[in-house]
Design a protein around this ligand. Structure first.
Ligand code: NAD
Length: 263
């Protein structure tokens, strides 16, 4: 049996914002390989479909749903459709995240609101509808994606991103403690510098005037392990926290950064 055998998992941001593997896409495919039925949620319908398609091609069950995780009605409908289709929710992987560069002076108010809504309010909305279900089931695992940018300066001013990722940590601990006696666990993952579409595109302008190879080289050098991580490194951490192997792990954080924060 797989490590998530017969569990139903919702993954937000299950597509990729560019070519290659984003964290949510990798986690969705990995969860399915481990026996989960996966609900792939993304704002980009074709990206959600693409991930669900990979899962189905490998012979597993997946449902693709287009939704804006910052929109209340969209999120409610994701949870309703998941329960309608699969009957339960065992894993909620709040993976979605966007980054917009700028400090308090440079960033617009709209940018601040957008990032806070997609990264943090989305957790509030998904939990609002998933927690009562998990409570009734007397079990469930919530895995929220934060970032090392939520606990330290990374050299790039993206104030809304840092604040949202910091907020995600205490949000997660608070949920974990409130629901610990219901058998519902909640933990955060803090990825470091991962070579995913998200990190490459928006930071193009910040590093070496659009020279992506150069940027990746600079980022690699910042990592004690000498290279950036990838989406699978984050996905395996999410798999552990989502699975029953982590049944005594709650209200904590798992850093996946190749040693950056250990320095
Ligand atoms: P990605 O950009 O490749 O994928 C994110 C997906 O989310 C995209 O498919 C996008 O369409 C979707 N999305 C965006 N806004 C949405 C919305 N409003 N509703 C629904 N879906 C929406 O990103 P990634 O690099 O795989 O990052 C995934 C998570 O990992 C994010 O939370 C990110 O902050 C976190 N993270 C990434 C890194 C890194 O270095 N890549 C580091 C730390 C944390």
């Amino acid at each position: 049996a797989g490590r998530l055998q017969d569990k139903v998992a919702i993954v937000t941001g299950a597509g990729s914002s560019g070519p290659g593997w984003g964290n949510g896409k990798a986690a969705s495919v990995l969860f399915a390989r481990e026996g989960a039925r996966v609900v792939c949620v993304d704002l980009n319908e074709s990206a959600a479909e693409e991930t669900a398609g990979i899962i189905r091609e490998e012979g597993h069950d997946a449902l693709a749903i287009r939704a804006d995780v910052a929109n209340h009605d969209d999120v409610k409908s994701v949870v309703d459709r998941t329960v309608g289709h699969f009957g339960r929710v065992d894993v909620l992987h709040n993976n979605v995240g966007i980054v917009e560069v700028g400090g308090p002076v440079e960033a617009s108010e709209e940018s601040w609101d957008r990032v806070m809504n997609v990264n943090l309010k989305s957790m509030f909305l998904t939990c609002k509808y998933v927690l009562p279900i998990m409570q009734k089931q007397k079990g469930g695992a919530i895995v929220n994606v934060s970032s090392i940018a939520g606990i330290r300066w990374t050299g790039v001013p993206y104030i809304s991103y840092s604040a949202s990722k910091s907020g995600a940590l205490q949000f997660t601990r608070s949920v974990a403690l409130q629901y610990a006696s219901d058998g519902v666990r909640a933990n955060s993952i803090l990825p470091g510098l991962m070579n995913t579409p998200m990190i490459v595109e928006p930071l193009k302008e910040v590093y070496a005037a659009g020279d992506i190879e150069k940027m990746i080289e600079i980022r690699d050098q910042q990592c004690p392990m000498g290279r950036m991580g990838d989406a699978w490194d984050v996905a395996y951490a999410a798999l552990f926290l989502a699975s029953d192997e982590a049944k005594y792990v709650t209200a904590t954080e798992l850093v996946v950064d190749g040693g950056i924060t250990g320095k």
